[in-house]
Design a protein around this ligand. Structure first.
Ligand SMILES: [Zn+2]
Length: 141
C-alpha cells in the first residue's frame, strides 16, 4: 500500500464517519437516519440532532439534490465551484459542482451525485447537473 493509499485508508476509518468514507470508496453515498424520529441528517454524528436518540442507521441516499448555494473559484486546482447541495432526503452538504461551465450553475439547479478522487485516493461526493437541467439552463421542476 502506497503512503497515499495508507492516508486514505486511515481517513476511511475515522470514528463516526468511518462507514460514510467506506461507502464513498465504493462510490455509494450514504447518510445517517434516526430510527426514532425518522429524520436524516448530515454530517455524521453518533446521535440524532433532532431528537438526540442514538438509535441511528446508515441509509442510501438517492444522490439527487438541488443547489442551495455556490461560489466560483477560478484559481482552485480542483473543484472550481464549491457549493452547498440539499439532498432530496433533506440534509445539505458542502460539496462542489462539476461537469458544467461555472457560469451556468444556478441556485435551485437539479443535480445528482458523481464522485471525484482526491490526490491521496480519497473519494468524495461532488455533483453534476442532471441532463435536462443543463439543456435549457432552467430548473426542471
Ligand atoms: Zn431523531
Amino acid at each position: 500500500m502506497s503512503e497515499q493509499n495508507a492516508a486514505a485508508a486511515s481517513r476511511n476509518r475515522r470514528g463516526d464517519s468511518g462507514e460514510y468514507w467506506q461507502a464513498l470508496s465504493e462510490r455509494r453515498l450514504i447518510i445517517p437516519q434516526c430510527l426514532s424520529c425518522g429524520e436524516t441528517y448530515f454530517y455524521p454524528r453518533p446521535f440524532c440532532p433532532f431528537c438526540m436518540s442514538d438509535d441511528i442507521a446508515w441509509v442510501s441516499a438517492s444522490g439527487k439534490g438541488t443547489v442551495y448555494s455556490f461560489t466560483t473559484s477560478a484559481r482552485a486546482p480542483q473543484f472550481k465551484v464549491p457549493a452547498m447541495v440539499t439532498l432530496d432526503e433533506g440534509p445539505t452538504l458542502m460539496t462542489a459542482i462539476e461537469g458544467i461551465d461555472p457560469a451556468s450553475v444556478f441556485i435551485g439547479q437539479k443535480v445528482e451525485v458523481v464522485f471525484a478522487e482526491l490526490a491521496d485516493g480519497t473519494v468524495v461526493p461532488v455533483f453534476a447537473p442532471v441532463a435536462a437541467s443543463v439543456a435549457d439552463g432552467k430548473s426542471v421542476d
